[in-house]
Design a protein around this ligand. Structure first.
Ligand SMILES: [Zn+2]
Ligand SMILES: [Zn+2]
Length: 247
């Protein structure tokens, strides 16, 4: 399948013009060199960030590599790698993918991730990579899980197995955005579970969880809690865009 996708991609690159996912100028690559350079220059990965939750640190926090929030209430996950800020150059591309259902943007976003992070994260210590799931209802509405569409195209070490169906999500009818942090934490409890047949696979292993956008961190924290309750040793988040404050 990947082989066929690659052939198709090579043909379309030669025959059809494509547009950069950031500036939308027509050229050959899914993200142009100028926009990639902006990401290299300004991306969040350039900054001193909290090792655990990936948020950029205040000067006083840099020495310990941890933000005040993580020191006060340590999340269940152990580390986070975030490519860029939510407000950065990739925000519109993520919106196009999620809300306009422009699936081709997943390739451009994965290309940006690969250009910056693939080499650095190639030796990441993990057995599995799990995308944050959508509920069956949301999946039916959108038609695809944006986190998986990006995650399946990112390069990672051959020792890491990508598993799109391991994490499961129940449908949640309340509005998540805008509610208070404490409400959000409570509302999200019990939302995620692990596919029964995969429980044994995960035990005593390290796992990467991939998400397109990290806001308060409540979703990723709840996923890490469920994973660790089921014997996972270590949880690392790989995140495309990180908000500086909860949205
Ligand atoms: Zn561009
Ligand atoms: Zn933190």
């Amino acid at each position: 399948m990947r082989f066929l996708e690659k052939i198709f991609q090579c043909i379309t690159e030669q025959v059809l013009p494509t547009a950069c996912i950031v500036c939308e100028h027509h050229q050959k690559a899914t993200i142009c060199n100028n926009c990639l350079q902006s990401l290299y220059d300004q991306g969040l990965f350039n900054y001193e960030c909290c090792h655990q939750c990936g948020i950029s640190l205040h000067a006083s926090e840099i020495k310990e590599q941890h933000c005040g929030q993580c020191k006060k209430h340590s999340p269940y996950f152990d580390a986070s790698y975030c490519l860029d800020r939510y407000e950065g150059v990739l925000q519109n591309a993520v919106h196009q993918l999620k809300y306009q259902k422009r699936l081709a943007y997943a390739l451009g976003l994965a290309t940006a991730w690969n250009a910056v992070f693939a080499q650095q994260l190639m030796d990441a210590n993990a057995a599995y990579l799990l995308p944050v799931p959508l509920s069956p209802k949301k999946l039916a509405l959108r038609g695809f899980n944006q986190s998986w569409e990006i995650a399946r195209r990112i390069r990672c070490g051959p020792h890491i197995q990508k598993m799109p169906y391991t994490l499961k999500r129940q449908h949640f009818s309340g509005r998540q955005a805008g509610s208070k942090h404490a409400d959000r934490m409570q509302a999200i409890q019990g939302m995620f579970y692990i596919e029964e047949g995969h429980l044994e696979l995960l035990k005593d292993h390290s796992v990467i969880v991939f998400d397109d956008v990290m806001t308060s961190g409540a979703t990723l924290n709840e996923i890490a809690r469920v994973l660790k309750d089921n014997g996972v040793k270590r949880v690392t988040n790989w995140v495309l865009l990180r908000t500086s404050k909860p949205l």
